[in-house]
Ligand binder design. Structure first.
Ligand SMILES: *[C@@H]1O[C@H](CO)[C@@H](O)[C@H](O)[C@H]1NC(C)=O
Ligand SMILES: *[C@@H]1O[C@H](CO)[C@@H](O)[C@H](O)[C@H]1NC(C)=O
Length: 646
């Protein structure tokens, strides 16, 4: 399906009936007049437009004109809905930085989207049944749902946006709204929305379509993990956050960009299979689940197909990097023996198996099940999984083991694959519990002052440090303790809360109240970075992820308090004139900014903060599981938004 035809279908949709009273005779008269004028103009066009006059056959030009009328007619004939003025104003104020593409007609798109949003908003606000607008909508509004769900099975939407309806259910997930009862919490949440606007609007203004923004120098950051290709990483990564926050004008802009420009066909450079999976495929799948809009599903499949050549190895363990144009593959040259990396090839399972379920294309699930089989069967030193495995031989590289970078999300995905499958994938949970037993036995440490942490291990030597990345493990252990009763349940919860506390200490013991990239546990210097090359903070969200998850699971108010401390530190040190930046040293009062607004700041940090200050019903942990980039994916059998094909 070409981008162009998608765009046309979108533009050429049938008229949207507005929920209004039938026309009165005065209005009828007016419409008749407009119609007459239209006919006149049309005849004039026919007679005088050289393009039409010169066309050889009259029949041909008639059919051409007929088509043009068909295309334009609805928009010309249907009176503007009553709130058209208001919606136009909103568009102006919300998107003043947006540069329209010359070939777009934003107003046509805007009005339709606005109508859908308006009805959706009304629903969220009043929670009451709207009148059914005549015959066009075949479904009843029965619960507050997101905009697409209101239009399921309607001819109207089929011509504009193709959607897959959710399964029939007497309960639909809350994906927008979900305000806390407490006024002060609601104010905090509004602050997070303001931060999102600051991050997004400036990206739109200075780096639209590029991957990331440089918030100090106000231009595109084209040296990120995605290189200089304009892949719109911030758009794809930030879109579901916009949706959940109810920033639907911004969401719509992003959707349009994806429809028209997201395309990996001519990208002649090596891309990370892992990053493309968690940010792009994960982000698109999340948007698909939230809205049912098949554009997102189809783009995700398109991109996943581009990654498949990386899996053509003797073991089925994929290479880390692939040139999506030439299909050439390679591993990082710094990786032990040019191995692939555990946290990369082990962090595909959620997205790939969901993608197979919604496309009926089995290949993606086969790839990740094969990886699972390889790592399950291979010998593991002391029951631990080293960070490196060679894709040709299936041998481990150096025996470095970590719950930080290089290892982290492999373990996370074992646990979450089991959750995502509706707890059917028992093998994944067993592998998780076994691995964690070994990790607790060999790597769990307590510092002299009683801080729990999970140290990295190199062969048999612990190096008494923890990455900021490993702070996600608090949330992971929280989830594992609350989803299954077994002999490890209590230990999981203890470790979860201990790690959250340690990571909070790493934040609190810095001058900026932000954690360094990696911190040591040596006598007198606990939870602090020692080397200057470890002192930077690049907007990492893992600690906030843990605060969010543990808040939901334990309701201990300290997690909200700690989350708010992060907000204050971000505002003080990371907020730049045009977005948010990392800083180079967390131990100085006036740190220098690194001038990069990471796309995960929008995908993860701001989403987790927003949800931390929302009601538990919003993106409930009973219905959704977050991928490694904080993109919520539906839980099979527990979430009607799964929208799988069977
Ligand atoms: C990348 O950014 C630099 C400075 O921000 C600019 O000079 C350069 O032209 C950009 N390259 C591409 C391919 O956009
Ligand atoms: C955080 O640090 C401050 C000093 O900067 C200290 O007074 C406070 O007790 C610390 N809080 C925790 C929970 O460690």
């Amino acid at each position: 399906m070409s981008l162009l035809s998608m765009h046309n279908r979108y533009l050429n949709g049938a008229p949207i009936p507005s929920p209004r009273k039938p026309f009165r005779s005065k209005e009828k008269c007016l419409i008749l007049m407009i119609f007459c004028i239209f006919i006149l103009v049309f005849c004039g066009t026919f007679l005088y437009l050289p393009e039409l006059r010169s066309s050889s056959g009259t029949r041909e030009s008639f059919s051409k004109m007929y088509k043009q009328i068909q295309d334009a007619g609805p928009d010309l004939l249907i009176p503007a809905p009553p709130y058209a003025e208001e919606s136009k104003n909103n568009i102006k104020s919300n998107n003043r930085h947006f540069n329209y593409q010359a070939d777009e007609d934003p107003h046509l798109l805007d009005d339709r989207y606005k109508l859908m949003m308006k009805i959706d908003e009304e629903q969220q606000k009043n929670q009451k049944v709207l009148e059914r607008p005549d015959i066009a909508l075949k479904i009843k509004f029965s619960s507050p749902k997101s905009y697409i769900e209101n239009y399921i099975e309607s001819e109207v939407v089929e011509n504009m946006i193709k959607t897959v309806p959710p399964a029939k259910s007497d309960h639909y997930p809350v994906t927008v709204g979900g305000e806390d009862n407490d006024e002060s919490i609601r104010m905090k949440r509004l602050k997070i929305v303001e931060m999102m606007r600051h991050a997004w609007d400036n990206y739109v203004k200075y780096a639209w379509g590029m991957n990331e923004l440089k918030p100090v120098s106000k231009k595109a950051h084209n040296n990120s993990v995605f290189g200089s290709a304009p892949l719109g990483a911030t758009i794809v990564d930030g879109l579901d956050t916009l949706y959940i926050m109810g920033l639907h004008d911004e969401f719509k802009r992003g959707r349009e960009w994806i429809a028209k420009h997201l395309n990996f066909d001519n990208i002649n450079m090596h891309l990370s299979v892992f990053e493309i999976n968690i940010r792009f495929i994960g982000g698109l799948l999340s948007c698909y689940a939230l809205t049912g809009d098949t554009l997102f599903r189809d783009k995700a499949e398109l991109i996943a197909n581009k990654l498949l050549p990386a899996f053509h190895t003797p073991t089925g363990i994929p290479y880390a990097l692939i040139n999506v144009k030439t299909g050439s593959v390679e591993n990082y040259n710094w990786a032990s023996a040019s191995s692939s990396i555990l946290s990369e090839f082990g962090t595909l399972h959620l997205e790939f198996s969901y993608l197979s379920d919604i496309t009926n294309n089995k290949i993606f699930k086969e790839k990740v099940q094969h990886i699972r089989k390889v790592v399950k069967e291979v010998d593991k030193p002391k029951g631990l999984y080293p960070n490196y495995m060679h894709p040709k031989t299936g041998n481990w590289g150096q025996h470095h083991i970590s719950l930080g970078g290089l290892g982290d999300s492999f373990y996370e995905y074992l646990l979450k694959s089991w959750i995502q499958s509706g707890r059917v994938d028992k093998e994944a949970r067993e592998m998780f519990d076994e691995a964690m037993e070994a990790v607790f036995k060999h790597m769990l440490q307590e510092s002299p002052s009683g801080l729990l942490y999970i140290s990295d291990m190199k062969y048999d030597k612990l190096d008494q440090k923890m990455d900021a990345l490993a702070c996600f493990a608090g949330g992971m252990f929280g989830l594992s303790s609350k989803t299954l009763q077994n002999e490890m349940t209590n230990k999981y919860l203890t470790v979860a809360e201990g790690i959250a506390n340690t990571c909070h200490e790493a934040y609190n013991r810095s001058t900026a109240k932000l954690a360094p990239e990696s911190f040591k546990f040596t006598e007198g210097n606990e939870a602090r970075a020692i080397k200057s090359s470890d002192k930077y903070y690049i907007l990492r969200p893992e600690t906030v992820e843990t605060y969010f998850t543990l808040w939901r699971l334990t309701k201990n108010p300290k997690y909200r308090k700690w989350g708010w401390e992060v907000v204050e530190a971000l505002e003080k040190h990371c907020r730049a004139e045009a977005g948010y930046s990392g800083i180079k040293n967390v131990y100085v009062p006036n740190p220098i900014k690194d001038d990069v607004q990471q796309s995960y700041f929008l995908a993860e940090m701001l989403k987790y903060l927003y949800l931390l200050f929302s009601d538990d019903s919003l993106i409930s942990l009973n219905e959704w599981v977050f991928n490694s980039e904080a993109h919520p994916l539906p839980i099979k059998g527990h979430n009607p938004f799964y929208r799988g094909k069977h």
